[in-house]
Design a protein. Sequence first.
Length: 392
Amino acid sequence: MSDAFLPLSVPVLAGREWEYVKDCLDGGWVSSAGSYVTRFETALRALLDVPHAVAVVNGTAGLHMGLLAAGVRPGDRVIVPTLTFMATANAVRHAGAEPVFVDCDAYMNIDVEGVASYLDEACESGADGPVERASGAPVRAVLPVHVYGRPADLGALAPLAAAHGLAVVEDATEALGSRWIAGACAGRAAGTVGHGGVLSFNGNKIVTCGGGGAYLTSDDDAAARVRHLTTQAKVDTRRFIHDEIGWNYRLTNVAAAIGLAQLEELPGFLAAKRRCHELYRESLADVPGLTLVGEQPGTATNHWFHSVLVDPDRFGRDREALMEALAERSIESRPVWGLLHEQAPLRGCTAWRIARAPRFWRTALNLPCSSDLRAADVERVVESLRAIQEAA
C-alpha cells in the first residue's frame, strides 16, 4: 500500500480552467469587469434555480453583505451555531452586530430547539421583534450553517424565524450541490431558502475559484444592494461619486473563469463524493468505535467532508491520538473547528445552553475527501484505521 502523502482535501483542476484563464489573459480582462463574472453568476442562477447570484471575493464578504442586506445593524444580535468556522462569527462582527451562540443537532447543524428556547426564555417582544433581556439589544437574524455540506433543518427553522420576525441568512459556504429532497424545503438548494444565502469557492471547497464566494437571493432589492455595496457604493462610475461607505468585494474575472470551468465539472464531483462516502460507510461498518456521520432524512448532501465520531472506549484511542497516528502514516485528517463561544475574541458573547457541540469537538475527525479520491485511497485510510485500532 502506498505511503505517499494523502491530503485531506485538494482541488481537482481537470476541466477547461486553463482555456478560460488564457482567454482572460489574452483579452486583458483580468479584474472584475469581464464576461466571466457574468457567465459565472448566470451559471450559478441556473444551477440553483435562484433569481440572483452576486459573485464576491470570498464567503466571509458574502456573509457580511448578506447580513447588511437583511437589515442587521450595529448593536443587533444574530443567532449563530457555536459549531462552525470562525468566519461565520467574523461576518457578524464585520456588520457591527454581536453573535449569540447556540448548540448543534445530531448532524452538527444548528439546533432549532435551542434557537426556540433562546427566543422564548431569553428574549421579550419589542417594537421590531425579539429583544434580548440581558442586553436590551434587538435580535435581528439567525445564521444557520450547512456544516460540511449537510443541509440544516430549515423546514423547522424558517417558520420559527418568520414567526419572530427574524431574517434567515444561510451560510451555505460548504454546501454547493446540497439539497432538500423531502419536507417543507423539498426541491430547494442549500443557500436558496432564507432571505439570502452565501457560497464559498475557497481552495478546499467542492468547486473553487482559488478563493471567491457568491451571495444568493430571490429578493430584488437585496441583490441590488449587495451589488452596490460590493462595488464601492458608486452612483456615478465615470465621475466616482459614492452615496455611502462601500467595499471592494467583487470577484475578479480570472477567478470567475476558474469557477465557471469548475461548475461544469460539478456533477462529476458530486457523484465521486457520494461514491467515496458510500465506500467509507460500507468499509467502516464493522470497525468498533468509529461512526460515520450520515445524511439527515429528507436531504441530499454534497458529502464535502466525511466525518467520523471516535468513541475512545470502543476504538482504543481518542480523536487526538488517532489523528496523530494517521499523520504518522502520511494520511491527513482534521478535527472540527474550535467552538466559537470558547474563542478568545468571542468569550463575552451570549452562549445559550451549549451541550452537544463539545462532544463533537472531542470526537469528530474528518477523513480524506478530495473529489478525485480513489477507491484504493479509501481502502488505504480504512486499513490504516484498522491497524491503528489493533495496535492500541
